[in-house]
Design a protein around this ligand. Structure first.
Ligand SMILES: [Zn+2]
Length: 326
């Protein structure tokens, strides 16, 4: 009996000793459990990427329109409503009918203060461009300085809603602003390298307005009907006639507004098509090309090649996202 007690004591001492020798992992020394991340939901990949560039992995970011989809024709699903109802913060552009958008989203999210409409906060009335039907053109990212204004609202919102990470949001925004300045200068240089008579844009989808205003291009035509249907035979015939007359070096097709007639028009008017991204980022989150900067560089290179400019003027622009947490 005595021996048994002795053995138990020895075992106990050994266990204590072993416990003292086992290296302690960092998780075990953490004084407090990790703070849950702010759950943010946004509309599509471009805004999601702006938010990612300011916040990195400090928050969770989800989006309604998936990568590769056309946001103009996307139909929200019941699971989108679930996503929104679980969000702590919803950030959307909200340029058109902002009060109605705010009310509708607040009824799903449950709190008006959790809905942030970027455009009314970021933009002045003179920033907006309207199409021929009087609707606000939504392709504001074509003007890189408007993209920076959006990023400023995202930073202010995150600093307010998640002050513990304010330093990181401010630092990432400062880097974003510096990168936007470099990008803007490079796009100006590319534009200057394109012969002036070639700075004319004919596109399938009407998404070049903000880019054209900022950098000095003339939009000579768009083909897609306002309701995003296919153009009629009459529209196609007119387009071919106009393009033969204009004798442009190239026309432009949007990757996310596929058309069965653009290739026909290209053949019959004898003008090549260049493809560009406007309403959605290439690739999936986590891919190197899934970045606003990558999309801008790729688009400007396509434009330079199409219109006789110097695409190498974009070569020095960093295309990766800013946070190094990928
Ligand atoms: Zn569009």
């Amino acid at each position: 009996m005595r021996n048994r007690f002795h053995i138990l004591l020895t075992l106990f001492a050994l266990l204590l000793l072993m416990a003292a020798c086992v290296p302690v992992t960092p998780e075990e020394t953490a004084a407090a459990p990790e703070q849950p991340k702010l759950r943010v939901v946004t509309s599509g990949t471009i805004l999601a990427n702006h938010i990612y560039n300011i916040a990195g992995d400090l928050i969770t970011i989800d989006q309604i329109v998936p990568p590769g989809a056309d946001p103009h024709t996307y139909e929200p699903t019941p699971s989108d409503a679930v996503k929104l109802s679980e969000a702590e913060l919803v950030i959307v552009r909200g340029a058109t009918n902002p009060e109605a958008v705010r009310r509708r989203l607040a009824s799903i999210v449950g709190d008006e203060n959790s809905v942030v409409l970027i455009a009314p906060l970021a933009l002045e009335p003179e920033d907006y461009i309207y199409d021929e039907f009087g609707s606000i053109d939504q392709h504001m990212g074509g003007d890189t300085m408007l993209a920076l204004k959006f990023a400023g609202v995202i930073r202010d919102t995150l600093v307010e809603q998640d002050p513990a990470n304010a330093d990181a949001y401010n630092a990432n925004y400062d880097q974003f602003a510096a990168r936007i300045d470099e990008l803007d200068a490079a796009i100006r240089a590319v534009t200057a390298s394109i012969p002036e008579e070639n700075r004319q844009l004919y596109s399938y989808h009407d998404s070049f307005s903000y880019m054209a205003r900022r950098y000095g291009y003339t939009i000579v035509g768009t083909l897609q009907p306002h309701d995003f249907s296919e153009p009629s035979a009459h529209d196609v015939a007119e387009a071919i006639e106009l393009l033969r007359e204009l004798d442009l070096p190239a026309i432009f097709g949007s990757s996310y507004s596929p058309s069965t007639v653009l290739e026909q028009i290209s053949r019959e008017a004898d003008v090549p098509i260049y493809w560009y991204d406007d309403d959605n980022l290439p690739g999936e989150p986590g891919d190197p090309e899934h970045s606003f900067f990558y999309m801008k560089v790729r688009n400007q290179k396509a434009l330079a090649e199409a219109l006789g400019g110097d695409a190498t003027l974009m070569d020095h622009i960093e295309t990766r996202n800013i946070p190094e947490t990928e």
